[in-house]
Design a protein around this ligand. Structure first.
Ligand SMILES: C[S@@+](CC[C@H](N)C(=O)[O-])C[C@H]1O[C@@H](n2cnc3c(N)ncnc32)[C@H](O)[C@@H]1O
Length: 355
């Protein structure tokens, strides 16, 4: 009897390649960079608006990258065909085999003496060495990628994007026989990214930075606003000069405005304007005994304005750093955001922001 599996439309498809994240990660480097980010107070999305469950950008960047790239065990045949890599791997294998042989002899002797010693496992192979070597190369890309200083480093980002593309092309070639290959495995178009619970937007921002078309949605309108400010609005102004009167007055037409630099100038200008206006308002005395919510807490004019000042500062800071610019220069794609509106606990509809 012939048994045919119907679980996959493409009967001849090989088993999926393992992605790097399924095999190994340079966790120490990712953890260190993620922890360090907590103390960065300039140009980080955390300065745009408070978000309680904010995830580190370093971790988001590393996780997306290692989900997109193949583990080297999936293309060891290619590595084996490279004489330079092969020679290096053969040298390492020789040393490893010697160690393995010693461990095995020890284990055998211990066994004869009735001592419980673990087996050294299977003998290392040339393919193992080649894959290990290649994994180390990918780890170095991640170690560079997670550093905050490299957030806008085009060379580092491009190296990561190139790896993603290479893995994607391998996947496309492997799935060329898939009935929907044209639509699902287009070697000229990376798959899009969607975080349906985007929160502070670390994942969609980093996906966009790595060259993926990025989508975000969230139930919470504050999260939607943060995502809009980070990944939807800046690309719309990519490469454009500022429009505020001060910058326009001294505009140097020979200068090019990379990414969201022009937009950042405007946010800085209007952030300052808001701050100045708030300061002016500070001088206008508000009624002394304003009692909010009947809880006995008084809100004075200055307290109200301080809130506004802080917000103005945050806007200015958020736009001042390289953060939005980096996201843009990379690809200049627009991220569409979705938000749900709820009415009496039931969803009223799903909208695309800007529709
Ligand atoms: C843990 S946070 C998001 C973390 C985010 N993915 C990250 O990596 O930083 C979970 C988010 O899911 C959102 N959420 C919860 N239930 C949801 C729902 N039914 N639809 C859309 N968003 C929802 C919350 O508003 C919150 O922002």
């Amino acid at each position: 009897m012939k048994i045919i599996s119907t679980s996959h439309p493409n009967q001849s498809a090989p088993p999926p390649r393992k992605k790097l994240i399924e095999v190994a990660l340079p966790l120490d480097a990712i953890n260190k960079a993620s922890a360090r980010e907590k103390s960065i107070r300039h140009g980080h999305p955390s300065t745009l608006h408070l978000w309680w469950a904010r995830r580190p950008l370093a971790a988001a960047r590393a996780v997306i990258f290692s989900q997109m790239v193949d583990d080297p065990s999936a293309y060891v045949d290619v590595l084996r065909a490279d004489p330079k890599l092969r020679r290096k791997a053969e040298a390492v294998l020789k040393a490893r085999l010697k160690l393995w042989q010693e461990a095995r002899t020890l284990a055998e002797k211990a066994k004869e003496a009735g001592l419980p010693v673990p087996e050294p496992g299977p003998a290392p192979t040339l393919d193992d060495m080649l894959a290990d070597q290649e994994r180390q190369r990918l780890f170095r890309i991640i170690e560079d990628l997670v550093l905050w200083e490299n957030t806008t480093n085009e060379k580092v980002l491009q190296a990561a994007r190139d790896e993603i593309w290479q893995s994607w092309r391998r996947t496309c070639a492997e799935n060329a026989g898939h009935p929907r290959a044209k639509e699902l495995f287009d070697r000229h178009k990376l798959p899009a990214f969607h975080d349906p619970f985007a929160g502070g937007g670390a994942l969609p921002l980093e996906a966009q930075r790595l060259g993926l078309e990025s989508y975000a949605s969230d139930l919470n309108p504050v999260a939607v606003l943060i995502n809009k400010a980070m990944i939807e609005i800046p690309p719309k102004f990519a490469g454009r000069p500022p429009v505020n009167p001060e910058s326009r007055g001294k505009l140097d037409h020979s200068r090019s405005w990379l990414g969201a630099q022009g937009l950042a100038e405007d946010v800085r200008y209007y952030g300052q304007w808001m701050r100045d206006e708030a300061e002016k308002a500070d001088r206008i005395p508000l009624p002394e005994n304003r009692d909010h919510g009947g809880n006995g807490e008084r809100e004075t004019g200055s307290e109200t304005v301080r809130g506004a000042k802080t917000h103005g500062d945050r806007l200015a800071l958020g736009a001042h750093g390289e953060e939005p610019e980096s996201g843009l220069r990379a690809r200049g794609r627009t991220t569409r955001l979705q938000f749900h509106t709820f009415h009496q606990g039931r969803p009223r509809g799903l909208h695309r922001a800007g529709d």
